[in-house]
Design a protein around this ligand. Structure first.
Ligand code: SAH
Length: 217
C-alpha cells in the first residue's frame, strides 16, 4: 500500500470498463507507479485518466491509450519490442513487464536521460534506451516482433515497417497534426494488413520519415 493505491485501483477499474481486458496489461498497469514518471509539481494528477505535460513540449500519454496500445501489441512475454518516443519512460516500463526486451528511441536527450533514471529505480533491466531519430527505427536491434510509436506520424515510416518481423505488429497513430487514427499494421508475406482502431491525439513524430523538424513547436 502507498498513498496512491486507492487512486491507482480506481483508475484500473475505469480502464477495465473502457476495454482494457488483457490480464497481463492490467497487471503491468497496476504495478508501475505512474507518479514517478510525471513532474513532482503535478504528481497529484498522476492517476487521472489524462495525458500530462512532462517538459520540452511533450506529454506522458493518457493511461487508457497506454493500456490500449499495449493490448494491441498482443505480447506474450518472449518478444523484442521497439518503442519510438520514450518520453517519460512510463510506456517503456509497462512494455518491460510484458516482453523480453524493449529497445526505445527518443529524440530529446534530456527526456531519455530522465527516463533512464526512473526505469533504473524501478529495476527495469530489459530496457535499452537510445537518443536519435526513431523514424529511422533502430537497425542494430532489428528485426522486431512488435513496434510501438507514441507520437503522431503523417505516414507510416517505411524503416519501421522494414524492421518488423513477418507476422509482427506495428501500432502507430497516423494522420494530421491535430488528430490521428490509431492503426495496427500487421506485416504479412503478402504486405501490410492495416486496421483502424480509434481517433487519438498525440504530439508530433518529428524526423526524417515524420514531420519536418522546422515545424516543431
Ligand atoms: N510514451 C511516452 C510518450 C511521450 S510523447 C510517455 O508516455 O511518456 C512522444 C515522445 O516522442 C516525445 O518525447 C517526443 O520527443 C518523441 N519523439 C518525437 N519524434 C521522435 C522521433 N523521430 N524519434 C524519437 N522520439 C520522438
Amino acid at each position: 500500500m502507498d498513498e496512491f493505491s486507492g487512486q491507482r485501483e480506481r483508475l484500473l477499474a475505469t480502464l477495465r470498463s473502457q476495454g482494457i481486458t488483457d490480464d497481463r496489461v492490467l497487471a503491468a498497469l497496476a504495478s508501475v507507479p505512474r507518479e514517478r514518471f510525471v513532474p513532482v509539481a503535478i504528481r497529484a494528477k498522476a492517476y487521472e485518466n489524462v495525458a500530462l505535460p512532462i517538459g520540452q513540449g511533450q506529454t506522458i500519454s493518457q493511461p487508457l491509450i497506454v493500456g490500449m496500445m499495449s493490448q494491441l501489441l498482443r505480447l506474450s512475454g518472449n518478444e523484442k519490442v521497439l518503442e519510438i518516443g520514450t518520453g517519460s519512460g512510463y510506456q517503456t516500463a509497462i512494455l518491460a513487464r510484458l516482453c523480453r526486451k524493449v529497445v526505445s528511441v527518443e529524440r530529446i536527450a534530456e527526456l531519455s536521460q530522465r527516463a533512464a533514471i526512473h526505469l533504473a529505480e524501478l529495476g527495469c533491466e530489459n530496457v535499452e534506451l537510445h537518443t536519435g531519430d526513431g523514424t529511422l527505427g533502430w537497425k542494430a536491434g532489428a528485426p522486431y516482433d512488435a513496434i510501438i510509436v507514441t507520437a503522431g506520424a503523417p505516414d507510416v515510416p517505411s524503416p519501421l515497417y522494414n524492421q518488423l518481423k513477418i507476422g509482427g505488429r506495428l501500432v502507430i497513430p497516423v494522420g494530421g497534426e491535430d488528430s490521428q487514427e490509431l492503426q495496427v499494421i500487421m506485416k504479412r508475406e503478402s504486405g501490410p494488413d492495416i486496421t483502424d482502431v480509434c481517433d487519438c491525439r498525440f504530439v508530433k513524430l518529428i524526423g526524417n520519415a515524420g514531420w519536418n523538424p522546422d515545424d516543431s513547436n
